[in-house]
Design a protein around this ligand. Sequence first.
Ligand SMILES: C[S@@+](CC[C@H](N)C(=O)[O-])C[C@H]1O[C@@H](n2cnc3c(N)ncnc32)[C@H](O)[C@@H]1O
Length: 276
Amino acid sequence: MEPGKDPERLAVDLRFDVPHSARVYDFLLGGKTNYDADRDAARAAVEAWPGLPVGMRHNRMFMHRVVRHLVGEYGIRQFLDIGTGIPTPPNLHEVAQGIAPESRVVYVDNDPIVLVHASALMKSAPQGRTAYIEADFRAPESVLGAPRLHEVLDLTKPVAVSLIALVQFLRDEEDPYGIVRRLMRDLAPGSFLAMNVLTADTNPVQLAALEQEYTSQGIPLKARTKAEAEAFFDGLDLIEPGVTLIHHWRPDEDVLADGLRDADIAGYGGVARKRA
Ligand SMILES: C[S@@+](CC[C@H](N)C(=O)[O-])C[C@H]1O[C@@H](n2cnc3c(N)ncnc32)[C@H](O)[C@@H]1O
């Protein structure tokens, strides 16, 4: 469906009166695509954990560094970004195409409001391509089987799957580990998995308050230990430095310069390659 073509359906789906993870995140990143319910939820979440906006900015910075390394060092030219969120420049394709303009990126999200803004994700460099698919990560077949995905990505060649600030919204009963394995199964050898995972390891008290706050707003959150984060990469080869707190993953000079403490960061991140 093209954005804006079915206002009746959007009016039903968007539910401005209920906070949504993508819009709460957008508000915390300083964006404008959010409503009173989202802002109230975001403020309550920041009260629970004042470091939240800093942590979210570092999620984005982690994604930028990962993409730069995958394009610049590992020659990746195809990305599948699931749980894209409301566009926040620079978006993944802007980072990738800034280095290799021929890069191709397929974005996936299941939130109708992201769909409304998807045109911002489609402004590809002419040498490359981008596409947006409305689909649910919990149904990986609907992602991998989408005709649009195959128009843009060649699955006989390596693809980097990026899952940034996504799996915390899945409980273990929803089998996030199995979903990730299923996604990677059909990809070519040399493909990558890049993801971050919410943790309470660095700040258990405030993370418990944050989990409680999000859950009470109807957005269940699941934090995981380092071992649980590493388990997402089972069967793949982690590249250096392995699974670390996100700000320790190949940090640029400015990442650690502002007095950032580990207790400010509630996420592990890692990047791993599928074996030949
Ligand atoms: C916190 S935002 C992260 C956005 C972006 N990846 C980033 O790091 O800036 C999480 C996004 O995941 C999306 N999401 C949550 N559950 C999803 C699912 N089951 N399938 C697809 N997208 C999902 C939400 O709609 C939201 O846009």
